[in-house]
Ligand binder design. Sequence first.
Ligand SMILES: *Cc1c(COP(=O)(O)O)cnc(C)c1O
Length: 386
Amino acid sequence: MSKFIPYGKQSISQDDIDAVLNTLQSDWLTQGPAILNFENALMMRCEANFAYVVCNATAALHLAYLTLGVDKGDWVWTSPNTFLATANAALMCGASVDFVDICPQTYNMSVEALEKKLIQAEKNNTLPKVVVPVHFAGQSCDMQKIHALSRKYHFNIVEDASHAIGGKYLNKPVGSCQYSDIAVFSFHPVKIITTGEGGALLTNNEKLAEKIALLRCHGMTRNEELMTHSSEGSWYYQMLSLGYNYRITDLQCALGLSQMSRIDQFIQKRHQLQKRYDELLSGLHEVTLPHQSKEAYSALHLYPVLVPVEKRKIIFDYLKSKNIGVNVHYIPVHTQPYYKRFGFKWGDFPISENYYSREISLPLFYGLTEEDQDGIVNLLKESLVL
Ligand SMILES: *Cc1c(COP(=O)(O)O)cnc(C)c1O
């Protein structure tokens, strides 16, 4: 290809640009009305009672865990097939991290593996405080079953829905928190909608919402009802816990709000491209296409294909040499050098590892054209016979 095609990319319209410019010329660059407007749009869209936007999804995950009381001595479990941040945010709370292997079909956390691990953990007295299902590639995990297990084994659920805004599960929007305590979105430019950097937490629980609001901004409040004694005047604020500056700006939220108006358009296009990839690649016996489950309507953040282990690097390098920005999602987190200190090693989560060794994410984003796609598929076919 003559131009470089990344695996994911934002789509910015004139309306997006105008929205940011208007905010830039307004009285508020941060902590103004765009933040509330964006939060309201997220709440409406996701059918959740509360939404808080923050500077990125890593911060959102950190706040989600802190809000649920995750601390030293607690266990947080997630999938090895995720970005580092899902697990790292638990380490930032001083907690211990463990993983649950994936389902070989959906590449999401396996409910069977989760149940097995819970039975074992109950015996060892190491049950998790929080389990974090990651909606890989935008397809929701089997939340109903994970939720049922949370009742039996008394853990909280944070959905890492970084890939999945705009998706649905059992006809309810991802982020509705029907089967979780908190759901987290990312608005990084490769994700479904963008604010440059940005993230959000959604919840239906008022107590959790209050804590999130405090921790997002230094643990301080101007709400007299929350104070330990009556306010000393209208200048007065109190710090009630050790919080962070995880705020996002109004400039970013103006972009986010504007992007929200096109979210259906974005996802429909992703579905069109996915169907076309499926058709164009269907005859290739060496290529395993991503499975779309019936209970979920995926936001289709990624189009992950599996190829034979021994050919993955050859195919990847060939596509890269032809200007196709393929990527690999994900290197299993437990295999990272930093995670070795916790005793993890290759072989611990074989399905995630096998998946990783065969995976290539093909470009999938709103601005990808059918010609681009034809070119990518032809190059992939060429690379299979190298
Ligand atoms: C992108 C991503 C994150 C982190 O998002 P940031 O907004 O970049 O902090 C976390 N988890 C998953 C699964 C992601 O894809």
